[in-house]
Write a protein that binds this ligand. Sequence first.
Ligand SMILES: Nc1ncnc2c1ncn2[C@@H]1O[C@H](COP(=O)(O)OP(=O)(O)OP(=O)(O)O)[C@@H](O)[C@H]1O
Ligand SMILES: [Mg+2]
Length: 294
Amino acid sequence: MHFCFIVEEQYRRDSMPLVIARQLLKWGHAVDLLEPSKTVTSLCDLTGQCCDAYVLKTVSEGPGLSILQAAEAVGIPTINNSRAIRLVRDKAIFAAFAYAHGLPVPRSYFIAHPRLLKSIPRNDYPLVVKPTNGSSGRGIYRVNSPGELATLKIDGPSLCFFLAQHYVENAGYDIKLYAIGKDVYAVARKSPLHPEVEVESHLIPVKSEWLKLAQRVGELFGLDIYGLDVLETNNGPVVVDINDFPSFGQVPGAVKRISNYILRLAKDAKFKRYRLPDRGTFHTVRAQRLVMAR
Ligand SMILES: Nc1ncnc2c1ncn2[C@@H]1O[C@H](COP(=O)(O)OP(=O)(O)OP(=O)(O)O)[C@@H](O)[C@H]1O
Ligand SMILES: [Mg+2]
């Protein structure tokens, strides 16, 4: 099989998704690495490359998603697919979609500017305010009451909007649910809102309600490889965030499991795929072919 991994600049030195590319290569598959910041992608040549699947781990506002969508538009399978990615990439879209489908999510508001916080009903407090395009816990604030707004200083990327969300009472640590298709793993992890609670990240048994919740998210959003940030409450699990292609830290054998799953998805898609006729192979600049270091 032939894969193209779109590698955003931010992940060039991270293990994900490159470890997966290397594993597929080790198993004898062809793997191209396409770094959008360094590559001129010939859009008239996408089908000619006979790539079986494009794989992307997104960054917010990154160029990779455009290329993934271009590949998808000409009929090449993509992992994850762009619709699923767009539904979770922006926390406001995730919250609206999840709420509309009956998933347990906190009451949430979109605000274009922090000054609008004063219009949020008092009984939605305490609030968590976070950038809609945020990640890695950056720019997250807890606001206990409207009285705190006067002194609240919100730093965010220059171009960002915000999600104001009801703060969910919880045990002070996160349950990260990691999904590879229908297989789900749970990891307990420190919460950025509870620095006082000491938790070493560790694998924990998956409760049946977490399994059902994670699988439901996969079906509804159309995600293949994904993660949910869940908080345990007296009324059951509440989802505060969903990520496409997370790190899978602490998940045993994650690299082989993810690689195997990508392979299976690409093989299944190959049989169904409508192939456009080969238009020749005119490349100006090509994605770099990954070769094994000996
Ligand atoms: N509504 C909420 N109620 C209680 N805690 C919350 C809420 N929203 C977020 N948190 C806490 O803040 C953490 C980070 O929030 P969120 O996942 O939305 O941001 P993020 O920037 O995507 O972080 P990460 O990349 O670490 O997942 C959550 O894992 C959770 O511990
Ligand atoms: Mg998160």
